[in-house]
Ligand binder design. Sequence first.
Ligand SMILES: Cc1cc2nc3c(=O)[nH]c(=O)nc-3n(C[C@H](O)[C@H](O)[C@H](O)COP(=O)(O)O)c2cc1C
Length: 320
Amino acid sequence: MSFWQGLKKPFFVMAPMADVTDVAFRALVLKRGTPDVFWTEFVSADGLYHTREIQKMPDSENPLMRDLAIGEGQHPIIAQIFSSKPEMITYAVKLVAGLGFDGVDLNMGCPDRSIEKQGCGSAMIRTPEVARAVIRAAKAASSLPVSVKTRVGYNKESLDEWLPMLLEEAPAAITLHLRTRKEMSLVPANWELMKKAVALRDRLNPDVLLIGNGDVTSIEQGKRLIAENGCEGAMIGRGMFGNPWVFAGRKPEDTPLSEKLAALIELAHGFERLSPPKNFAVLKKHIKAFATGFDGAAHLRAQLMEAESADELEEIIATP
Ligand SMILES: Cc1cc2nc3c(=O)[nH]c(=O)nc-3n(C[C@H](O)[C@H](O)[C@H](O)COP(=O)(O)O)c2cc1C
């Protein structure tokens, strides 16, 4: 039995987000209202393999291992990986299992061209047999539960074709981003489609948990969407921006500005401790999200965008 079976329903999970859900951001969220499941950023299985095996680089020097760091209390946590090559998945899952993760997730929804060119992300929706082989490899590589995160179709919704194959392979959970690849994130998520997914799941493999994803910004709204559409959980992505309290039930407007800016400072210091470091500019999306919605926000934001270190950012906030 894996942690998935022990989750109380409805449950709320952190979305995997590149350059967002690193160990520092997860620490920020954990202190303010923990999600039922943490997720890492996505990590290339091929990248892990090539850096360690071909370049003969020890783990300590492999920059990708930074993205697989687990902070204190950050459990249950799932490592999200991607590859279209089963042997790379086997390698990465064994590695991840040894690092103390509670589960592994396969990315089959990323619309980024550079990922799709490798046959990964959303491209998997068009190559279901590759997706099947990758799931089988992941399941065979360790005892960790395997989940899949995907979209409702490529150019058009194709749940009737795509979902049965996934259900047949019996992952512990499937997260459905309720948009097609073509829709990117440009149109509202279509939560109605979850009803269709739930009907397929109930008929074909009732053991698989379904998690809805797209445009959830509060627990209250998520509970309503889950109740209306029948899935077991919801995943929150952009709703965490500027609101690391979201899993505690807070809406962005519930938190005073001073507390938001203190959170931003804390995040910036945690971010600087990432090893190897990431470019400070990566924090800009957080600056935009935290420093918003009050008189003088645009001015403060412009100043904060110039900061090149956590100390500089803190100083600007102290003396606006
Ligand atoms: C900056 C950013 C990075 C993302 N990185 C990933 C990722 O690494 N893996 C993944 O499966 N999805 C990734 N996504 C997609 C999110 O996990 C989520 O599916 C999407 O944002 C829709 O959910 P939301 O409306 O709650 O944000 C990313 C999205 C954004 C905006």
